[in-house]
Design a binder for this molecule. Structure first.
Ligand code: URA
Length: 277
């Protein structure tokens, strides 16, 4: 009599060679050892779920791999509009900033920083800007986007008809990575609780991710930044737009045009118009 375990292994190997990459989760080893009858149902659909002939696949054909389900917003971020009064938002942000100022989760960053750079702006902002991490100027002054990239960002803000204080501005990281290197995934993960706390408290309608580090980390998506532009994503309740980082614009002035297109895309969605020059 053929060894049923061996026959099962053979079948799985055949399916793998045929390109099968996914099976519904079933503890096969346990079923083989303890329930010979159940082994059959683990590999074939239950009779009630089986497609009727002639659509029914041939017995040796592997089941069709299921596509990944669409990404869902993290459950911990509320999807209803916050009704927190301004004073309470200020209080929550101040408490979080105080916690951040004592943070040593990333030993290298904690040791090298002059100070943490939490975030600034309107605690009731409709729009939140998220950058990558503080640079040398931000590390000195304790405020995001105050160096050359920040000055360019200020011009973009003005061109949209806003003032810096209308917005809330922060970064993926709250400490400067030495030598302005990119944040590591561990550093971004360590700081995520603080970023999410800021998003939860400010509860913006819109988030702009400036550059690939912000976009990839917030959205958990590694699509190149140029392909993420001009589309809406969701994070909790907020609509998220991705665009090039202002530092990239300093090196590639030709990218100013697509960034301006992205700002117009945002303004149109908000029902606003850029002021006439
Ligand atoms: N670049 C960033 O991404 N953030 C800052 O705060 C400054 C420069």
């Amino acid at each position: 009599m053929p060894d049923p375990r061996r026959a099962l292994q053979q079948k799985l190997a055949d399916w793998q060679r045929a390109g099968l990459t996914h099976l519904p989760h079933v503890d096969l080893s346990e079923r083989v050892e303890r329930a010979p009858q159940a082994r059959q149902s683990a590999l074939q659909p239950a009779p009630a779920q089986r497609e009727p002939p002639p659509e029914q696949p041939a017995p040796d054909r592997p089941p069709v791999a299921q596509p990944e389900p669409p990404r869902k917003p993290p459950p911990e971020l509320p999807v209803t509009v916050s009704d927190l009064p301004r004073a309470q938002r200020e209080q929550q942000l101040a408490a979080l900033a105080e916690t951040v100022s004592r943070c040593v989760r990333c030993p290298e960053l904690a040791q090298a920083r002059t100070q943490t750079v939490f975030g600034v702006g309107n605690p009731e902002a409709r729009v939140m800007f998220i950058g990558e991490a503080p640079g040398a100027d931000e590390d000195k002054q304790g405020e995001p986007f105050v160096g050359r990239a920040g000055q360019l960002m200020n011009k973009i803000i003005e061109a949209c008809g806003w003032q810096r204080a209308d917005l809330y501005i922060c970064n993926i990281l709250r400490c400067r990575p030495p030598g302005n290197r990119n944040p590591s995934p561990e550093e971004a993960a360590n700081c995520r609780e603080f970023l999410d706390g800021q998003i939860r408290t400010v509860d913006p309608d819109y988030i702009v991710c400036w550059g690939s580090v912000a976009a990839h980390n917030l959205l958990d998506d590694t699509t190149p930044i140029g392909k993420l532009r001009q589309k809406w994503y969701k994070y909790g309740r907020a609509q998220v737009l991705c665009t090039y980082h202002p530092s990239y614009l300093l090196r590639n002035p030709a990218a100013k045009k697509p960034v301006w297109d992205d700002m117009k895309f945002l303004l149109a969605e908000m029902g606003e118009e850029p002021p006439v020059a």
